[in-house]
Design a protein around this ligand. Structure first.
Ligand SMILES: NC(=O)c1ccc[n+]([C@@H]2O[C@H](COP(=O)([O-])OP(=O)(O)OC[C@H]3O[C@@H](n4cnc5c(N)ncnc54)[C@H](OP(=O)(O)O)[C@@H]3O)[C@@H](O)[C@H]2O)c1
Length: 371
């Protein structure tokens, strides 16, 4: 049977450690976990079974394995040390006999996004970023439809537009919407992106380096590798939609708490075909996976056990191809969830009504404090 392995790592540090080690997760502080995890070996988590192609009936199996580093460690420890730990985790995949290795969350963000890791390993590697792009853009399109925001005239924003995932999301949205804000920290890199997208874009492209420009946007796709939240209640206009693809999240939980006129959706969640059982609770409802996991599964179902998405320049062709492969085997963009809870039709209606209530403009004037 074709098989894959997928590397996860603690993101919400205490909570995620508790999923595997309930006692240690409760006992240790986040700082203590970060200290000990430097010396912790890779961890075998579980076997995944039941993934079944809708098109061919083929079944594949997989394994979840964990690299013990947190997002902060992945960004702050010396790069070579982080690579070594991820490669060590990849060796576990090889010992298990996996035919393909997927890199979850920050294991795909660090350094050159999988290139060095793939060079060092015999097992082929994919970051899962191509399908993440496809799912993120599809989610924002679906959210625009339910919120009655016509794409053609909408102002959208991509936050983290210079990133691996952000760049291609921006490229796709630039052909959909009326105006697109490219938001990031480095003006020069954003200008380069604007120049590159300009020839095919139908949208007006505007470069911004401050979050205040989000006030202009009705549709926001956010995908930074920040380790703290970057989008706060006062940044957003009533009735807008934010699709948060980043893990850890970009959107402050305060947005859900104090803005009943905004729809925040968790980006990058997918329904897996077949009676999948992960034998591990990584925080999703049964039958659902991150898009990057789903890319690894879909390639395994397709028998494409090869280096697939690697590096910071994701090709549009790969995004289209993996979308078609995933669709064929029965992967689907999940219904809306917000901060891990299902979003009901009634909640969507309430957001739309609340956005129209008088006084909402006043809120925009900045009466919320930063979280
Ligand atoms: N949901 C899923 O299935 C899924 C799958 C894969 C990845 N992800 C998540 O997607 C995110 C991005 O991944 P990536 O591979 O595209 O990363 P990346 O290539 O490193 O890009 C990150 C982007 O974030 C920006 N950024 C970093 N720190 C920031 C801060 N403090 N404030 C504002 N912007 C900041 C960077 O801007 P500069 O250019 O200024 O550095 C860059 O544009 C990560 O959180 C990752 O975990 C999710």
């Amino acid at each position: 049977m074709d098989s894959f392995a997928f590397i996860i790592h603690p993101i919400s540090v205490k909570r995620d450690v508790q999923r595997k080690y309930p006692f240690l997760g409760r006992l240790l502080s986040e700082r203590q976990i970060e200290f000990f995890s430097q010396y912790f070996p890779p961890v075998y988590i579980s076997e995944i079974e039941g993934i079944t192609s809708e098109a061919t009936g083929k079944q594949v199996k997989g394994w979840l394995i964990a690299c013990p580093f947190t997002p902060r460690q992945m960004l702050e420890l010396p790069e070579q040390r982080v690579y070594r730990k991820i490669i060590q985790t990849g060796r576990m995949a090889e010992r298990l006999g996996a035919g393909l290795l997927g890199l979850g969350a920050f294991t795909s963000v660090v350094g050159d996004a999988g290139v060095t890791i793939a060079d060092e390993l015999a097992v082929p590697v994919t970051t899962g970023d191509s399908y993440t792009v496809a799912v993120a853009v599809e989610s924002i399109r679906q959210a625009a439809a339910v919120m009655d925001i016509p794409l053609k005239n909408a102002t959208a924003a991509v936050v983290g537009a210079t990133g691996a995932i952000g760049q291609v999301c921006a490229e796709l949205l630039a052909e959909d919407v009326g105006c697109l804000l490219l938001i990031g920290r480095r003006a020069e890199a954003l200008e380069e992106l604007r120049a590159r997208l300009a020839s095919r874009a139908t949208a007006e492209l505007i470069v911004c380096t401050d979050m205040e420009s989000l006030h202009e946007a009705q549709l926001i796709l956010t995908v930074t590798s920040a380790i703290h939240t970057v989008i706060h209640p006062e940044h957003l206009q009533p009735g807008s939609v934010v699709c948060d693809v980043a893990r850890p999240r970009d959107v402050s939980a305060m947005v859900a708490a104090v803005r009943d006129d905004i729809l925040v959706i968790d980006g990058g969640m997918v329904d897996v075909p077949g009676p999948v059982n992960f034998h591990f609770n990584f925080g999703f409802p049964p039958g659902k996976a991150y898009a990057c996991m789903a890319e690894t599964m879909a390639l395994t179902l397709e028998g494409r056990l090869e280096d697939y998405t690697l590096g910071k320049q994701i090709s549009r062709q790969r995004v289209d191809e993996i979308s078609a492969i995933a669709k064929k085997h029965g992967f689907r963009v999940s219904g809306f969830r917000s901060f891990e809870k299902e979003v009901t039709q009634e909640q969507i209606e309430a957001v739309r009504l609340n956005a129209k209530r008088p006084g909402r403009k006043h809120i925009l004037g900045g009466s919320y404090g930063k979280t």
